[in-house]
Design a protein around this ligand. Structure first.
Ligand code: WTA
Length: 645
């Protein structure tokens, strides 16, 4: 979003205070909570932790030895116990925990009791295969119910899971399995995507050629297509489950034991293994699910993310289930078989709180009002947005067309690393401004600072920082503590978290997130590193060199533009262009496929040979070119500029 857009909006004074009737029923209706929470930081978080079940209470809430944090010291807790056992002892026993709809339209509803039994059974299956507390389990699955069952079973026995998004390539899966040294891989025979089968098992097999740590592969039958099956190594989920006992005690875990690892893109080609631990993470997602989404016993919550990303971990599975909510889970795409699929689901299950991404909202806008108008959306009472800055036009469309101008919108800023929502409105107290994620969650401090770390004055722009720790924060990067310190806690001193986002602070202290300031792109809300795409491109036999930047894209937010130098004997052609796009899709996954390829003879480089990506970004964005005086050959940028349409 440009500064001008923000200015215009502010001048128009478009603000949305919470509707009176929403406020009346909200968990938080009094904004003095911000002051109270700041005054008693630890007490504030302890209150949420006390709403969970602990086998043994913590001695202290926080030990902060920057940048190393420990939360709920010596507390013993189990995530699966909190998501299941706690509820089956109450009237929630046969309340729907997960309402699942498959892409072909098949439906499964798991009550808390059903889910508890399935999880216990699968936990016993894992134990039977020799999985012990601390062993890593890799998961590569589409959005099927066995996915949350597997996650909860892992947490039940204390085996950290590492979920790899089903859209990732064999190479991406392989690298993540190798880094985590996973013992078991759980996958499916396939997944449904717009009526076609995605060949997950074949991908997995390819990855598994180079992953010696994997002892067994557990395969869920989903699409029933023929798949290769390696005797001894590969086992069917349904056969293992047939005789498994449905009694399995939850393992008391230390609050600081690893709950899961989730890999995310950084500024190098090697993904970072973000480590989340148990007690603080659960407390953080529990608190934010409850207050940000204002969830009550009778709500039906639908977060449309894929569980392969952090949003699904925290707000389809752990947060909603810890709260005893009914969580909707959908396998398919929003436009299959038609563009009203999401709205049909909202109507069918009476969804009350709906959480999606700006890229989806922009696609809905393009498709037109006709589709939401085909369905009764009157059960909705609150809407959410996550993953990238939401442009005010999309915000207004979401507000009017989906929320019928009655539902507040919570624009929630957070990251894989933060584990939980950090900057967000509280729907019962915050006056909303379309396009602003507003303010930090109570007790937390965020700011916008300049290069030196000095807070910018109201109205200024700079880098977003967090100035307090928070319970669901990442604890380290798996097997790479130095990179943890360097990436997040080095820029402004060890007490200040640097998330890599640019932001602006307005005259009321509201925060407007402007997007990444590092070499990470945000394509349809997915983080992709420019280096990853570059190394996939140079991996193609025709490519000598490549530089990749993000370029504004109407639906995706950012698209990928690649500048490619071909090897001597190669010449540019539309076939080669298509082949390069396909190649990147194969190496990383379809989400990383470049939108535009620009063949060029040279790249803007400094005298020392460093590519000046900043200039390529200016070209891609159609901006005035920045300083070109340090270039080895300054004519090259003009040449490239001419070839970019
Ligand atoms: C971006 C997704 C603006 C941001 C939960 C961040 C946002 C990255 C918002 C994290 C938002 C997320 N407004 N930008 N409400 N939410 N982002 O790790 O650039 O996949 O750094 O976590 O998404 O992406 P990740």
């Amino acid at each position: 979003m440009s500064d001008e857009t923000i200015e215009v909006l502010l001048e128009e004074g478009k603000v949305f205070p919470p509707p009176e009737d929403f406020k009346k029923q909200a968990w938080v209706k009094d904004d003095t909570i911000y002051e109270k929470a700041e005054k008693d930081f630890e007490g504030f978080w302890a209150t949420f932790a006390e709403e969970l079940h602990w086998f043994k209470k913590w001695d202290r809430v926080l030990e902060w030895d920057p940048p190393w944090a420990k939360w709920f010291i010596n507390g013993k807790i189990n995530v699966s116990y909190n998501c299941l056992d706690r509820h089956i002892q109450t009237f929630r026993k046969n309340k729907a925990a997960i309402i699942w709809e498959g892409e072909p339209g098949d439906i499964k509803i798991y009550t808390y009791w059903d889910l508890y039994r399935e999880v216990c059974k699968f936990a016993n299956v894992l134990k039977g295969l020799g999985v012990k507390k601390g062993d890593r389990v890799a998961i590569y699955m589409p959005m099927v119910p066995e996915l949350p069952i597997a996650m909860l079973a892992c947490t039940r026995i204390g085996a950290p899971h590492s979920i790899v998004f089903g859209g990732f390539s064999p190479a991406s899966l392989r690298d993540r399995i190798i880094d985590a040294e996973a013992k078991i891989l759980i996958t499916t025979d396939g997944g449904w995507r717009r009526g076609k089968v995605v060949a997950l098992k074949e991908n997995a097999d390819e990855a598994l050629r180079e992953t010696p740590s994997i002892e067994h592969v557990i395969v869920v039958k989903r699409t029933e297509n023929d798949i290769p099956f390696k005797k001894g190594r590969d086992l069917w989920w349904h056969e293992l489950m047939k005789d498994a006992s449905s009694v399995c005690e939850a393992e008391p875990m230390d609050a600081e034991d690893i709950l899961y690892i989730l890999y995310t893109s950084g500024t190098t080609a090697k993904p970072k293994g973000v480590v989340h631990t148990t007690g603080g993470y659960l407390t953080g997602v529990y608190a934010t699910t409850k207050w940000v989404f204002d969830l009550k016993e009778e709500d039906t919550f639908w977060c449309t993310a894929d569980i392969g990303w952090v949003t699904g971990h925290s707000y389809i599975v752990y947060g909603p289930l810890a709260l005893g909510t009914t969580s909707v889970m959908f396998e398919g795409a929003p436009d299959y078989p038609d563009k009203d699929r999401f709205w049909g689901i909202v109507e069918k299950y009476g969804v009350t709180v709906f959480y999606t991404a700006p890229t989806a909202i922009r696609a809905f806008m393009q498709w037109g009002k006709k589709y939401p108008e085909m369905h009764d959306l009157s059960t909705l009472r609150l809407l959410g947005s996550v993953g990238e800055p939401i442009n005010p036009a999309a915000w207004m469309w979401y507000y009017e067309t989906i929320g019928k101008s009655t539902c507040p919108i919570v624009d929630t800023w957070w990251q894989t690393e933060t584990g939980m929502i950090l900057i967000t409105p509280l729907p019962g107290v915050t006056t909303l401004k379309p396009g602003s994620a507003t303010k930090p969650f109570p007790s937390l401090k965020a700011d916008v600072v300049d290069e030196k770390g000095t807070p910018v004055p109201p109205g200024g722009g700079g880098y977003l920082v967090m100035k307090t720790p928070w319970p669901a924060m990442l604890r380290t990067l798996y097997k790479d503590p130095d990179r943890y310190v360097k990436t997040y806690w080095d820029r402004y001193g060890k007490e200040i978290y640097f998330p890599g986002d640019g932001a602006k602070k307005d005259m009321d202290g509201y925060i407007w997130i402007l997007g990444r300031v590092d070499d990470v792109m945000n394509v349809s809300g997915h983080r992709i590193s420019t280096m990853e795409v570059e190394s996939a491109l140079v991996d193609h036999p025709a490519v000598a060199e490549a530089a990749v930047v993000a370029r504004p894209h109407d639906v995706k937010g950012q698209g990928i533009m690649a500048f490619v130098i071909l090897k001597g004997e190669q010449s540019a052609s539309s076939e080669l262009e298509a082949d390069l796009k396909k190649h990147v899709g194969t190496v990383i996954g379809p989400i990383a496929r470049p939108d535009w390829i620009v063949f060029t003879e040279d790249l803007p480089k400094t005298r020392s040979g460093k590519i000046m990506r900043r200039l390529l970004k200016d070209i891609a964005e159609g901006k005035e070119l920045g300083d070109t005086t340090t270039l080895r050959d300054s004519s090259i940028v003009e040449k490239i500029k001419d070839s970019v349409k």
